[in-house]
Design a protein around this ligand. Structure first.
Ligand code: NAP
Length: 302
C-alpha cells in the first residue's frame, strides 16, 4: 500500500513508519515547513496552520493515518496552548479531509486518532464505545476531531477512529517523563486518590493501526486500550517491580494542580476506566494485554 501519515515524527508515528516499511508498504510523510521526512519516506508538503495542502498529492494513496496534533501534556494550558491543541487537530484534520474530498483518486481509508479523553473523568465506572462523551475541554476536542475525520466518508473513504489511551514507551510521552524519577526509587502514584489508568503498549497500538488500515471490516470508533485498565497505585507498583525500585512516594495532587492547572485536572489526575469492547468482540490479538509485561517491554522500547 501507499500510505500517507501526518504526525509521522511523533511517538506513535515513528514506530508506525518503521512497522509499515518493514511490511513493504510505501510511506509518504506529511511534512510541515522546515521539517524533513523520516528516513526512507517520501514527503507530502503541508502547512496546516496556513491551510496549505495540494489535494493532488493525496491522489493514488491507498490510505492515510492522521496522528498530527500539538502535545496535550507538554505543560500548563493557557489560552494560546489551548488554541494550539485545538487547531492543530481540528483545522489540520479538516484540511486533510477537504483534500481527500477534492482529489482525483482519494485514499480508500482514513485512520484518524482520537483519545480516551472523549469520556472525561469516569471515576470507577467502566466505559465502552457506547458510552457518551463528557463535557470537558478534551472531550469536546475529541468529539469535534472525530466529526472532522468522519466527513471523509463523503469522499467514499472507510473511516476508523482509535480512541487512544496512555501509550507506554520509554521513547516518549508520559512514561518517559516518569522513568527518571522511578529509576531513582522516588516514584509513586500520581495524586492521593485511587484512579484508573487505561493504557496500551506502543507495539500493540502500532499493530492496531496496521489492522485498522488493512481490515475492510474495521469502521468507526474503537477504544485503543489494553483489556485491563489498572489503578494508579497498581501502575506505580508494577513499574516499581519492573525497575526493581520502591515506588512509594505519591506525587501530591495539590502540587500537580498548582503547577499544571487544568491540564493536571483533565490529563494527569483524570480517572479513565475504559474498556476495549469492540476490539474484544473481534478477539484482537494483544501482545501485551497485562500491565507488568507491557511495562517490562515499554522500558526497553526506544
Ligand atoms: N501518546 C499518547 O499517550 C496519546 C494518548 C491519546 C491520544 N494520543 C494522540 O495520538 C496522536 C499521536 O500521538 P503521539 O504520542 O505520537 O504524539 P506526539 O509525539 O506529540 O506527536 C504528534 C506529532 O504531531 C505533529 N504536530 C505537533 N504539533 C503540531 C501542530 N501544531 N500542527 C500540526 N502537527 C503538529 C508533529 O509531527 P510532524 O512534525 O511530523 O508534523 C508531532 O510529532 C496525537 O494526536 C495524540 O493526541 C496520544
Amino acid at each position: 500500500m501507499r500510505i500517507g501519515i501526518t504526525g509521522a515524527s511523533g511517538l506513535v508515528g515513528t514506530a508506525l513508519v518503521k512497522a509499515l516499511r518493514s511490511q513493504g508498504h510505501e510511506i509518504l510523510a506529511f511534512v510541515r515547513p522546515g521539517s524533513a521526512p523520516p528516513e526512507g519516506c517520501e514527503s507530502i508538503p503541508w502547512d496546516p496552520s496556513a491551510g496549505k495542502l495540494d489535494p493532488e498529492n493525496l491522489s493514488g494513496l491507498d490510505g492515510v493515518v492522521n496522528l498530527a496534533g500539538h502535545n496535550v501534556a507538554a505543560g500548563r494550558w493557557n489560552a494560546h496552548v489551548r488554541s494550539l491543541i485545538w487547531n492543530s487537530r481540528i483545522e489540520s484534520t479538516r484540511l486533510l479531509v477537504q483534500a481527500m474530498r477534492s482529489c482525483a483518486a482519494p485514499p480508500r481509508v482514513l485512520v484518524s486518532a482520537s483519545a480516551i479523553g472523549y469520556y472525561g473523568d469516569t471515576g470507577d465506572l467502566p466505559v465502552t464505545e457506547e458510552s457518551p462523551a463528557a463535557d470537558t475541554f478534551l472531550a469536546r476536542l475529541c468529539v469535534a476531531w472525530e466529526q472532522e475525520a468522519l466527513a471523509a466518508r463523503d469522499a467514499g473513504a472507510r473511516v476508523v477512529i482509535p480512541r487512544i489511551g496512555f501509550v507506554l514507551s520509554a521513547a516518549g510521552g508520559g512514561l518517559a517523563r516518569m522513568l527518571p524519577v522511578f529509576r531513582l526509587g522516588l516514584g509513586g502514584p500520581v495524586g492521593f486518590r485511587t484512579f484508573w489508568m487505561s493504557w496500551i503498549s506502543r507495539d500493540d497500538l502500532v499493530a492496531l493501526l496496521c489492522w485498522m488500515l488493512t481490515n475492510p471490516d474495521a469502521e468507526g470508533a474503537y477504544n485503543a486500550v489494553a483489556p485491563e485498565p489498572v489503578t494508579n497505585q497498581d501502575f506505580a507498583r508494577a513499574l516499581g517491580r519492573v525497575l526493581r525500585r520502591p515506588a512509594l512516594f505519591p506525587v501530591p495532587e495539590v502540587a500537580l494542580k498548582a503547577v499544571f492547572g487544568d491540564m493536571a485536572r483533565e490529563v494527569l489526575l483524570s480517572s479513565a476506566r475504559v474498556l476495549p469492547a469492540r476490539l474484544e468482540s473481534v478477539s484482537f490479538p494483544y501482545r501485551y494485554p497485562r500491565i507488568e509485561p507491557a511495562l517490562a517491554r515499554a522500558v526497553e522500547d526506544r
